[in-house]
Design a protein around this ligand. Structure first.
Ligand SMILES: *[C@@H]1O[C@H](CO)[C@@H](O)[C@H](O)[C@H]1NC(C)=O
Ligand SMILES: *[C@@H]1O[C@H](CO)[C@@H](O)[C@H](O)[C@H]1NC(C)=O
Ligand SMILES: CC(=O)N[C@H]1CO[C@H](CO)[C@@H](O)[C@@H]1O
Length: 287
């Protein structure tokens, strides 16, 4: 191979490596450990991040970037065996404050052999109270599965292995606040919540089994990054599929299947909680 071919091959391979890194995400480049110090570990050259919890602290990470809209994917393998009392999370949040926005995926642990609960919630301008909970159709502790938060100007979609489980439509025109003015960071954490998480707080964390560990990989944030130099989407919001994504007929069939078979709590169906009437979005089309 001549020198110039070689240089070209080298340039090409550097370019390909960069391209793959940009597509696959790399925890060293994309996130900061924000609590728990050495309980959070980045492994395999940035491909895997483990969080652990012991009797003195949990741990967590946050994205370096803040986004206004995006598609955020991660593969997650939850704590095996007895995870009672623990909560593992993957969520978006704007800075804390009385009008903050937040989109939550929380995984509530359980005693060995008992099912995890997937807890979801959405805070718009400081107000949450929009919980929906699900069981999973697989064991989330035996292998990695993909959990996705998709957030565009039209709706928010929660997906598990690319199957939509929940949609929150933009019903601003009907007076329901939507998340559209505040950029958010991605967060993930593992912490002790044995005062409420498992079977209403009756089953406590068994510290003799600590440390508890959950593993994340294939983190991929594809969003409009907001920084001092502007917005990376430059106001263009239709050049990538996620930016206008909704549910097609297949997606609607799948979300119906999930909600009929695996939803275990829906705030919209909790009449006791809303004696003055259910929230407005609950009276509008679900997807
Ligand atoms: C925490 O766990 C360690 C190791 O098992 C143990 O030595 C220590 O006493 C525990 N601390 C508390 C506050 O329970
Ligand atoms: C744990 O298992 C019990 C019994 O199957 C179930 O009622 C509960 O919803 C499960 N999840 C949590 C987080 O408690
Ligand atoms: C430490 C422990 O109890 N590990 C067990 C967790 O559960 C798997 C099967 O679900 C067992 O193979 C491990 O021995």
């Amino acid at each position: 191979m001549s020198f110039s071919n070689c240089a070209r091959a080298l340039r090409l391979s550097i370019f390909m490596t960069f391209l793959l890194a940009a597509m696959a995400g790399n925890f060293f480049q994309d996130v900061d450990i924000n609590f728990g110090g050495p309980r959070a570990q980045i492994l395999d050259g940035g491909q895997v991040l483990t969080l652990s919890l012991d009797n003195s602290s949990g741990s967590g990470f946050q994205s370096k970037n803040e986004c206004l809209y995006g598609r955020f994917d991660v593969k997650l393998k939850l704590i095996p065996n007895n995870s009672a009392g623990t909560v593992t999370t993957f969520y978006l949040s704007s800075p804390a404050g009385p009008a903050h926005d937040e989109i939550d995926f929380e995984f509530l642990g359980n005693a060995s052999g008992q099912p995890y609960t997937v807890h979801t919630n959405i805070y718009a301008q400081g107000k949450g109270d929009r919980e929906q909970q699900f069981r999973l159709w697989f064991d989330p502790t035996s292998a990695y599965h993909t959990y996705t938060i998709l957030w565009n100007p039209l709706r928010i979609i929660f997906l598990v292995d690319n199957i939509p489980i929940r949609v929150f439509n933009n019903y601003e025109a009907n007076g329901v606040p939507f998340l559209k003015n505040q950029a958010m960071r991605v967060y993930a954490s593992l912490w002790n919540a044995d005062d409420w998480a498992t079977q209403g707080g009756r089953v406590k964390t068994d510290w003799t089994e600590a440390p508890f560990t959950a593993s994340y990989r294939n983190y991929n944030a594809n969003g409009c990054v907001v920084s001092a130099s502007g917005n990376s989407c430059n106001g263009v919001l239709n050049n990538q599929p996620w930016q206008t994504q909704g549910l097609d007929a297949n997606g609607r069939n799948r979300i119906r299947w999930v909600q009929e078979s695996y939803m275990i709590y829906n705030y919209c169906a909790d009449g006791k909680r809303f004696p003055q009437g259910r929230p407005k979005e609950c009276r509008l089309p679900r997807f």
